[in-house]
Design a protein around this ligand. Structure first.
Ligand SMILES: Cc1cc2nc3c(=O)[nH]c(=O)nc-3n(C[C@H](O)[C@H](O)[C@H](O)COP(=O)(O)OP(=O)(O)OC[C@H]3O[C@@H](n4cnc5c(N)ncnc54)[C@H](O)[C@@H]3O)c2cc1C
Length: 571
């Protein structure tokens, strides 16, 4: 590492360091800066400035050389990233390319990443639901993983805090299984979605059907206007970066807010190598960074360190942070680090047709779907598998020009291709997986990246529980669509590898007991309390909800705790 003299030391010293500038890192930066802490955000990727660095945001299909499709060579060069639905000619600049950032797959795992300021917050699908009390109680009740050290009531005010700032649209449905948030106006179901909702809820007394909740400004409030953000235009071109700031990203929201406090230093192109542990002080004192372009090693110092590199990279950084005190990785006294990785089971989906009104249509490209909160094993264990799944469905009229027959020229043809096709239904699952010791990540002993950092080895797979849960969804989903009057129901198991769900969590889990968990109830490493891990790595279990809203709430909660504790002279 580079020698740092006393001037350099002062210039490189901050109150807090945040590793990663994505969804969770952006929140850590905002909260720490709001609390008056001089904060350094270290981001391995390039800078992306809101509006300025969205080169494709306002392009039309004909502006792209391949009309939005990726050339065969790009697909062939990116067999992993190429499997992500959002990877296209319009968005490829925000995705990690397979060759540039290799990792070792002990078992197939599609690791989808966005290395830039803003991380995956530019690319995400923005679906946001709170966890319920049942999710936090799940592991203790069902006897898997370890007990969460917090309950719903501990996090509820922080959900409100982040919802108000980020802007979450949703309907107040009053469900115990999916608590309401502080919502902006909801999106609407179309006529066929409503009909299916009515029929499913009439038939199944234990199942709820609601409109999805998502991080889009349906009606901006003053706090959103202060961020320079405006109303969502329902363009559904979100992954290019939104010129209206209509959806929540770190780039449009938390990072510029943090910058306005004057407390933020953002250093892109800074690959964090490891966290520096001081044996005498018995705490972490800083972070080792490698400049992505010059390969120069630099050290930065702070009283508090937030690790927000996204779940698996946060595991990598801690595993690579070795010292005499922690030869197996920071805070890793019991060999738990990297273990109990979980994800979401997305394998099941189905399609169907519905004889809906042909004189009815819908307007705008709504950025959410209809959802059914989990209805399996909610109050008690009632199936031969643990936990359950969230269900999503949409009704659309694709297949424009469906009625076209005969010669493909002339006025009649022109009229016909302006007609949408018949109604089609798509349904999919988001299943909970059980964190297990044998789903783990570790460091490769012989393969390094181009900065000399060991590559991550990923050893994660489905198990019997996942197969049973998938089977149940395929049976229940098809039955629900049948009861709702759908026809031509076709079920599908994509057999996709773990990872493509892009909801990976765990490895640095929270818990009550330092012998069986890495982090306490405030996301501090039990054995090194001035290091906080608040991205998906901290998750003790997965729930059935989309995860990022919970990462945001946990981060805001921990950052406020860290700042308050620091002010009291703790840490
Ligand atoms: C296509 C897609 C759809 C999705 N849909 C949803 C959804 O609907 N709902 C939902 O809740 N979630 C969704 N997700 C997942 C969501 O994006 C992630 O859960 C979320 O971004 C995680 O936040 P994070 O801060 O942990 O990581 P990220 O947002 O990925 O940010 C991590 C940052 O850390 C940086 N970093 C990594 N390693 C280092 C290092 N060594 N040094 C310095 N910096 C480093 C990265 O470059 C990155 O900028 C989706 C993701 C994708 C890609």
């Amino acid at each position: 590492m580079a020698y740092v003299n006393s001037n350099e030391f002062a210039a490189n010293t901050f109150d807090a360091i945040v590793i990663g500038s994505g969804i969770s890192g952006g929140w850590a930066a905002k909260e720490l800066c709001d609390k008056g802490l001089k904060t350094l955000v270290l981001e391995r990727g390039k800078d992306i400035v809101h509006l300025k660095d969205y080169p494709t945001a306002t392009k039309n299909p004909w502006d792209f050389p391949h009309r939005g499709q990726l050339p065969l060579t790009v697909k062939q060069e990116n067999p992993i990233t190429g499997r992500c639905y959002a990877f296209s000619e319009a968005t490829e600049h925000f995705f990690v390319k397979d060759k540039e950032h290799p990792y070792v797959q002990d078992k197939p795992f599609d690791w989808i990443r966005g290395y830039q300021v803003g991380g995956k917050s530019l690319l995400w699908a923005r679906q946001t639901q709170r966890w319920s009390k049942f999710d936090f109680e799940g592991p203790a009740r069902d006897g898997f993983a370890v007990d969460w050290p917090i309950r719903y009531n501990d996090i509820a005010p922080w959900y409100t805090h982040v919802e108000q700032f980020a802007g979450i649209s949703g309907n107040r449905d009053g469900l115990e299984t999916l608590p309401d948030g502080d919502f902006l106006p909801p999106w609407e179901m179309n006529v066929v979605e409503k009909e299916i909702q009515k029929r499913i809820m009439a038939h199944y007394k234990d199942r709820d059907v609601i409109i999805g909740r998502c991080a889009h400004l349906t009606k901006p409030k003053e706090i959103h206007l202060q961020q320079g953000r405006g109303q969502c235009q329902a363009r559904s071109l979100c992954e290019r970066g939104c010129p209206f700031g209509g959806y929540f990203s770190s780039n449009s929201s938390t990072l510029p807010w943090a910058a306005k406090t004057g407390k933020l230093t953002l250093r892109p192109d800074s690959v964090v190598h490891s966290i520096i542990y001081d044996e005498k002080k018995q705490k972490a004192v800083g972070v080792r960074v490698i400049d992505a372009h010059t390969n120069k090693a630099i050290e930065y110092f702070a009283k508090v360190i937030f690790v927000n590199a996204a779940a698996l990279n946060s595991n990598l950084i801690l595993l690579n942070s070795t010292s005499n005190r922690f030869p197996n990785g920071l805070g890793n006294d019991h060999g738990l680090l990297g273990k109990y990785i979980a994800f979401h089971n997305y394998r099941g989906s189905m399609s169907a047709s519905f004889d809906g009104p042909m004189d009815s249509y819908y307007y705008g490209r709504r950025p959410t779907a209809v959802m059914m909160p989990n209805f399996r094993n909610v109050h008690k264990q009632e199936t031969d598998f643990l936990r359950g799944y969230m269900t999503f469905y949409t009704a659309t009229r694709p297949g424009w020009g469906h009625f076209t027959e005969g010669e493909q020229v002339g006025a009649a043809f022109k009229d016909a291709i302006a007609e949408p096709g018949p109604w089609g239904i798509y349904m999919m699952m988001q299943g909970e997986t059980i964190p297990k010791e044998n789903n783990f990540v570790s460091l490769s002993k012989d393969q390094k990246d181009k900065w000399g950092i060991p590559q991550l080895r990923i050893s994660v797979d489905y198990d019997d529980n996942d197969e049973k849960l998938l089977k149940d969804f395929l049976v229940q989903g098809a039955e629900m669509l049948d009861k709702a009057g759908c026809k031509n129901i076709a079920t599908n198991d994509s057999k996709q590898a773990p990872g493509l769900d892009i909801h990976e969590v765990g490895g640095i889990r929270m818990g009550r007991d330092p012998k069986t968990s890495m982090l306490n109830e405030w996301n501090q490493l039990h054995n090194c309390p001035n290091v906080f891990v608040t991205d998906g790595a901290c998750m003790t279990s997965t729930g059935t909800q989309n995860p990022s809203l919970t990462f945001m709430a946990l981060t805001a909660r921990a950052a406020n705790y860290a700042a308050d504790t620091l002010k009291r002279g703790g840490l």
